[in-house]
Design a protein around this ligand. Structure first.
Ligand code: TYM
Length: 333
């Protein structure tokens, strides 16, 4: 059985981008693989954030994931900072990671442009990501397209570490995509992302979903209702493909091309279908929020199960690298 690892930052909400691009895949993979899923709070602090909000955002992300179908009976769900081996292995891996490769990462280049003084944590971000995956010796990593470059680097880190310290010790993890590997935001321009304020949250209430979708960008050629449009140039149409039945999608395309309806008519149908798709998740989330102790227990037990695997990997890594075992000096870890 393949091992699966993936992570999500608690810095934003669960929106239809990270849901369709990654989390929906996690839910499917937990049925047939051994899966570890982590809320990566140590990654979230590499960018400016509000300390007073991080704890609540971490809890909310756990609620969102559980509501979306992550099942603690079928996988291990935990918070990254509850398993200290993540940062420990990350340090070890920095010793074999080429600086030039880190500087070449597109996300680093984009994010560092936004800051006056660039923290080293932003540069080392993909090394922590490598540690996340390698602690569990995962073979498969379900992510969206934006993580491909980081995964390439993880494979290079594996090759370098294995060559120096132990052939075949870490497997080279493979990327696993859904057919929705890049969902574009409501601005019709960039990847859907909380930081760009172009998202629809899967737990948003129906009225908010409509308010967000109403001004969403469509084919710019449709200035007036009588102007025909091209569905291929419209992000609202691409969202229909994920939420509307096939005959509705055909009707949408035909009505757009023939200017038989306005963009608002088209968006109303999409809004109704998005709202309907997430009704069960909103209900599950409300129930979990009413019982926070259940969520805490799931995260406690998840961290314990993750730690058992992580501690074993870390002990083997230390041994392979020649560090004096703590046990030799009668120190308990
Ligand atoms: P994050 O938190 O930005 O996103 C979580 C997952 O959702 C995917 N995703 C998208 N997919 C399609 N369209 C979109 N608009 C969209 N937005 C987000 C992301 O590709 C990701 O799979 N660095 C990672 C978290 C991480 C991780 C890991 C992932 C840390 N350690 C180890 C895999 C393995 C990140 O910031 O994801």
């Amino acid at each position: 059985m393949a091992r699966v690892f993936s992570g999500i930052q608690p810095s934003g909400e669960l929106h239809i981008g990270n849901y369709l691009g990654a989390v929906r895949n996690w839910v499917a993979l937990q049925e047939r693989h051994e899966c570890f899923f982590s809320i990566v709070d140590y990654h979230a602090i590499t960018q400016s954030y509000e300390p007073a909000q991080l704890e609540a955002q971490t809890f909310d992300m756990a609620v969102g994931l559980l509501a979306a179908g992550i099942d603690p009976e079928r996988c291990v769900l935990f918070v990254q900072s509850h398993v200290p081996e993540h940062t420990e292995l990350a340090w070890v891996l920095t010793t074999v990671t080429p600086l030039g490769e880190l500087e070449r990462m597109t996300q680093f280049k984009d994010k560092s442009q936004l800051q006056e003084s660039v923290p080293a944590g932003l540069l080392n971000y993909p090394v922590l990501q490598a540690a996340d995956i390698l602690l569990y010796k995962a073979d498969l990593v379900p992510v969206g397209q934006d993580q491909e470059q980081h995964l390439e680097l993880v494979r290079e880190i594996v090759r370098k570490w294995n060559r120096r310290f132990g052939a075949g010790f870490f497997p080279e993890p493979q990327v696993h995509h859904t057919e929705a590997k890049r969902i574009v935001g409501l601005d019709g321009q960039a990847k859907m992302s909380k930081s760009l304020n172009n998202t629809i949250g899967i737990l948003d209430d129906p009225e908010r979903i409509w308010q967000l979708l109403r001004p969403a960008m469509t084919d710019p050629a449709r200035v007036r209702r009588i102007d025909p449009g091209d569905p291929a140039k419209c992000n609202v149409f691409s969202l229909h493909q994920y939420f509307s039945p096939a005959d509705t999608v055909d009707h949408v395309a035909d009505s757009c091309r023939g200017a038989k309806w306005g963009c608002l008519d088209c968006k109303r149908v999409l809004a109704d279908n998005i709202i309907a798709a997430f009704v069960p998740m909103r209900e599950r989330a409300a129930e979990l929020r009413a019982h926070p102790e259940r969520v805490h227990e799931i995260l406690r037990s998840g961290a314990e199960r993750a730690r058992a695997v992580a501690a074993e990997t870390m002990a083997a890594v230390r041994a392979a690298m020649g560090l004096l075992p703590a046990e030799k000096v009668a120190l308990r870890r």
